[in-house]
Ligand binder design. Structure first.
Ligand SMILES: [Zn+2]
Length: 326
């Protein structure tokens, strides 16, 4: 029997012992190479683009550079997702490694125990990593180089607990007895290719997004939900009736189902509550994990670090707790 990828040597290209053994200088040099790959780690001023900068450390040895052109100071993370960072760079590397090692998602409380940080710091850090992962999905079109794609939706959130006594229980299928917080995650997934999730009020509301993101000429596979009927006018759609079979005559939505399987396990096992304002971020995290599941963890860490350092400051999470004082 073929070995599972996660058991293979290729899956384990970085371990936490290596990260914690790293000196401050080694972590700094690694982050520099990730931030400025074109100059092999030589600093480039984020304000004016000049290459003429010199080392101008703070008294506490925190790395800073000063640009000779515009005379302004900057750090390795200035203008990126990790801007104004407070922790040593090694700690960020460890956080990314721990986050990537969990294949279904990492609990933010568990990360705070792993690293000895506050829950708030980990909450923001994990959301910044999700934002970095989402960068890879930006503007993605489905069916670019794969002719077949799958489409499916699943409900998240809005659970209404049944009353204790039988006579007090209400019919929770009726809209008036629902909480109104239910959301749909709809996923588009190329067979053997890329994944793209979206969040909507219902599957019907996803139709124009699907038409916008799926290239013409792609063969779509979907289940029997009536929400997808409109797509027949634009695409060849193969339907699978899950009451009859999970896969029949080449029609199935199993690739889409494995995305939901990963996301649901992340929800149940780690996050518990995903259907708030950041549901899309959790879905994008699951999509990234699906697409990169066959990469070694060292490569995954490098990829997330690269995405974080090439993305601008976070809109949602830069100074988050200053704005959300509890
Ligand atoms: Zn400058």
């Amino acid at each position: 029997m073929a070995q599972h990828f996660l058991l293979s040597r290729q899956a384990k290209s970085l371990n936490l012992a290596q990260v914690f053994r790293m000196s401050d200088a080694a972590a700094e040099s690694m982050f520099r190479k990730v931030r400025w790959p074109a100059t092999d780690g030589e600093p480039v001023c984020p304000h004016c683009g000049s290459l003429d900068a010199y080392d101008c450390r703070r008294a506490n040895k925190a790395p800073r550079y000063r640009c000779r052109e515009c005379k302004r100071d900057f750090s390795i993370t200035s203008g990126t997702l990790f801007a104004s960072h407070k922790l040593p760079l090694r700690c960020y590397l460890a956080a990314i490694a721990i986050f990537c090692n969990e294949v279904k998602g990492k609990s933010m409380l568990a990360l705070s125990r792993d690293l000895g940080l506050s829950y708030k710091a980990c909450f923001v850090l994990c959301h910044k990593m999700r934002e970095a992962m989402a960068e890879e999905l930006k503007g993605r079109e489905i069916g670019d180089d794969r002719p077949e794609a799958e489409l499916d939706g699943a409900v998240f959130g809005g659970y209404v607990k049944p009353a204790n006594l039988r006579e007090d229980r209400k019919d929770r299928r009726l809209r008036k007895h629902q909480s109104g917080k239910r959301k749909w995650v709809v996923v588009l997934r190329e067979r053997g290719g890329e994944t793209l999730p979206g969040v909507f009020r219902s599957e019907f509301h996803a139709l124009s997004w699907v038409k916008h993101r799926v290239r013409k000429g792609t063969v779509l596979h979907a289940d029997e939900a009536s929400s997808w009927n409109d797509l027949h006018a634009r695409y060849e759609v193969k339907r699978i009736n899950h009451e009859q079979a999970y896969s029949l005559d080449g029609a199935c939505t199993n690739w889409a189902e494995s995305f939901f399987s990963r996301m649901r396990r992340g929800e149940i096992g780690h996050h518990h509550h995903v259907a708030g304002p950041y549901l899309l971020r959790f879905a994008q995290e699951a999509a990234w994990r699906e697409d990169n599941r066959r990469l070694g963890n060292g490569e995954q860490v490098k990829r997330v670090a690269m995405l974080a350092l090439s993305r601008r400051q976070s809109i949602d999470f830069c100074g988050y707790w200053q704005r959300h004082l509890d």
